[in-house]
Each structure stands twice: as structure tokens, then as C-alpha cells.
Design a binder for this molecule. Structure first.
Ligand SMILES: Nc1ncnc2c1ncn2[C@@H]1O[C@H](COP(=O)(O)OP(=O)(O)OP(=O)(O)O)[C@@H](O)[C@H]1O
Length: 392
């Protein structure tokens, strides 16, 4: 949908911010521009909506040169979100969001109705509608910024470090919300960040730029992690890329054991039958099938198992939704070294050892050569079990 074709930007003082950059930005997906400070990310983004004009090269939107379109028409087809939201301080939240529809000539009631709809979509309480930006938290202001950019339903969203100014917890919430909105609305999003973790989490495609505005690598995140193009990209990705790459493999095919599991009301015979030596511990579940904790079999008293005396079961993972990284994390954090698998309803479906997960990891790596990346399954959570990421 957006083609950046051999674009160079030289500022009047001679600074080359972007150097012969070519990128095909796919339709209805998130493309992330990432790289160190000053590598030309913002300049590239602003050339798309013509806030900055290229010195050389062309940018095509749906096959048409952006310089051949009236700049106002072009910008109205592109929502723009910046760090700190850039809200109009003297306008209410509702009127901030209604800005572009009003510019397009919508009546006040219709524009405000649309604004209310968008507040709900980005997770803002309707009670905030009449407040002014200074009466909102940073995270809420960013949500207003996203709602404002979406108000006229533009096909393209340009986002320049939109979540950089908020704390990590709020940031994660905003990222998850963006992925959810994107899954619903299917916008073409170009997203600038200097944070490689954010790039890998959000991007369908990731363009890594190096200082001087040159493209170092353009690839889906799994490919970046498995086959960085050079030492610069490898360094930029950080030390633990092998672990992070596991986010792209589903925990679906792990062989789960169901024997070492007993219910809290288990009889002595049931406990004995389950203590087969497959694991040094048994997992105790409640009568509802949810995990309560681990115990050595000889410490369990039939008929009066005290949940308060069990070892923590740790954080469970959901096979089919979570990744191998999530499963490994659960096993590493479990006091017994065994991870607990649950269904979407929270009921235990089995347990799995670190060793079995390690074998699955070896199998996954072997099945996908380093230069042929794993494709992220559509509903795979790429982070820990609480990372509700829907990969693009
Ligand atoms: N108006 C300007 N005049 C001259 N040089 C500029 C101008 N705007 C940006 N630059 C320079 O162009 C280069 C790229 O800047 P740009 O803002 O695009 O980088 P960036 O990757 O977005 O950086 P950051 O992550 O720090 O925001 C930098 O060296 C910057 O100093």
C-alpha cells in the first residue's frame, strides 16, 4: 500500500537523515521503523504524510505519488499519533477526538457521537469525555491521541513513539490495546520506536535503520531474531534473542503428563496410584480442576490435604495460546521445575518438565533453519502467559 522508493532526505544544513531508503509497507499490518536515536525514523514517517518533503526518490500510496495529491486530502487519509499525544489543551477530550470529523464538515452531534464510540473502542471511560487533557493520566492521554487519529476512519495510521513517555505497565496495556484495535480494524500502521522489544512485539514487519538513515534489515520479527543481517542488527537485538525467538513457536505439541495430578480430596489409593515416580512431586488440584500446588507424595495426607502447605504451582501456561517461551518461563519459575498447563477455563490439562520443553525447543529450531523464519501462528501469545498478543 505504501511504497518508499529510493528516498533520500538531506536537510538544508547538509545532514543526510535518510539515505536511499526503499521499503514496501504491506497493507493492513503494522510495520515498525526501529533504530538508534537520530537514524531517520521520524523523518521517514513524516515524509509519508509530507510534513517533510524528500530530497530524492518517491513515496507511493496505493500506487499514487504522494506529492501529486493535495496535502490536506493526503493527511486526512492518515491518522497521526505522537509521543505525549499532542492534544489540544483547551478542548475537552470529546472535542479533541471530534477534531478531524469536524474539519471534514460533520455536524457537532454526529462528530461527538463518533468520538464517544471511539472512546469506548480505545478503552476510555465515557465519564472522561468532558475533562480536559491535563485532567488525564499520561496513558489515558495516549489513548485519546489514538482515538483522535482514528476518528475519520483513515486507512493509514502513522505513530511516532506513541508509547515512549509512559511507564512500562501502562505501555504494555497500550501495546496490547493497539494489537486488539488493529485486529478489529485492519489499518495500515507505520510505527516508530527506538525500543526493539516493542518492535518485535508489535511488528508484522520490522525495518531496522542505522545511523545515517540507511536500512540495515527489513524482515518479520522472527526472521530478525533468527538471522540478523549483520553485527549491527545482532547487537541492536540484544543478548537474549534466542530466548525471545521462542515467542514465535507455539507450545501446542508439548507432551503433557496427566498421571502426577491428584484432586484435593484424593484417597490414599489414588495418591499411591499417581505416585509413579515420573515426577518427584504431585500436582494437587481443587475440586474445580484448577491448580492448588505441588507436594511430595509422602507429605500428602489422604482426606485432609491442606492447600496452605503445598508448594506454589507457579504461573500456568495455556497450550495453543501461549508460546514455548511462556511454557519455559513457567517451568523455570516453578519451584519443582515443572510447568502446569491449563485450558482457557483455568482447569489443569497436564504438567510438563523443563527437559521436555527443552526437547521441544530443539525440535522447533531443527524444523526451521536459521535463515527460514518461523511464522507466528495467528493467535500466539508472544510474551509470557499474561501477554495477550495477537500476532499479525
Ligand atoms: N530540520 C532538521 N534540520 C537538520 N537536521 C535535522 C532536522 N530534523 C532532523 N534532523 C537530523 O536528521 C537526523 C535524523 O533525525 P530523525 O528525527 O529523523 O531521527 P530519529 O531516528 O527519529 O531520532 P530519535 O529516535 O532521536 O527521535 C538526525 O541527525 C537529526 O539531527
Amino acid at each position: 500500500m505504501i511504497r518508499i522508493d529510493s528516498v533520500t532526505k538531506r536537510y538544508p544544513d547538509g545532514t543526510v537523515a535518510v539515505d536511499r531508503l526503499s521499503l514496501d509497507i504491506p497493507d493492513r499490518s503494522i510495520t515498525v521503523l526501529v533504530g538508534p536515536s537520530g537514524c531517520g525514523k521520524t523523518t521517514t514517517l513524516r515524509m509519508i504524510n509530507r510534513m517533510v518533503e524528500p530530497t530524492e526518490g518517491t513515496i507511493l500510496l496505493d500506487g499514487k505519488d504522494v506529492t501529486q495529491q493535495p496535502v490536506n486530502t493526503l493527511r486526512r487519509s492518515m491518522g497521526y499519533v505522537i509521543q505525549n499525544a499532542g492534544l489540544f489543551q483547551h478542548r475537552t477530550i470529546l472535542d479533541n477526538i471530534a477534531t478531524v470529523p469536524r474539519l471534514l464538515g460533520w455536524g457537532k452531534d454526529r462528530a461527538r457521537g463518533r468520538a464517544r464510540e471511539l472512546m469506548e473502542r480505545v478503552g476510555l471511560d465515557a465519564a472522561l469525555a468532558k475533562r480536559y487533557p491535563y485532567q488525564l493520566s499520561g496513558g489515558q492521554q495516549q489513548r485519546v491521541g489514538v482515538a483522535r487519529a482514528l476518528a475519520a476512519d483513515p486507512p493509514v495510521l502513522l505513530m511516532d513513539e506513541p508509547f515512549s513517555a509512559v511507564d512500562p505497565v501502562v505501555r504494555k496495556g497500550l501495546q496490547d490495546e493497539l494489537l486488539r484495535i488493529q485486529a478489529e480494524l485492519g489499518k495500515t500502521i507505520v510505527f516508530v520506536t527506538h525500543d526493539i522489544d516493542e518492535a518485535v512485539k508489535l511488528g508484522t514487519m520490522v525495518a531496522v535503520l542505522r545511523t545515517g538513515g540507511r536500512l540495515a534489515q527489513y524482515a518479520p520479527p522472527a526472521e530478525l531474531l533468527s538471522a540478523p543481517a549483520d553485527a549491527f542488527v545482532e547487537d541492536f537485538l540484544g543478548a537474549d534473542r534466542g530466548i525471545r525467538r521462542l515467542s514465535f513457536f507455539p507450545a501446542t505439541d508439548l507432551a503433557l503428563l496427566t498421571t502426577p495430578i491428584v484432586a484435593v480430596d484424593a484417597t490414599a489409593e489414588q495418591i499411591a496410584a499417581r505416585a509413579t515416580g515420573e515426577t518427584p512431586y504431585l500436582l494437587v488440584t481443587g475440586l474445580d480442576g484448577r491448580p492448588l500446588g505441588w507436594s511430595a507424595p509422602h507429605e500428602l495426607t489422604a482426606g485432609s490435604i491442606d492447600p496452605g502447605r503445598l508448594l506454589s504451582h507457579g504461573r500456568p501456561f495455556v497450550p495453543g495460546t501461549d508460546s514455548l517461551r511462556a511454557a519455559l518461563d513457567c517451568a523455570v519459575l516453578s519451584p519443582t521445575g515443572w510447568a502446569v498447563a491449563v485450558g482457557a477455563d483455568g482447569r489443569v490439562t497436564g504438567v510438563v518438565s523443563q527437559q521436555t520443553i527443552a526437547e521441544a525447543i530443539r525440535g522447533a529450531h531443527a524444523a526451521v533453519p536459521a535463515d527460514a523464519p518461523a511464522a507466528a501462528p495467528p493467535s500466539l501469545s508472544k510474551g509470557g502467559p499474561s501477554d495477550a498478543k495477537v500476532a499479525g
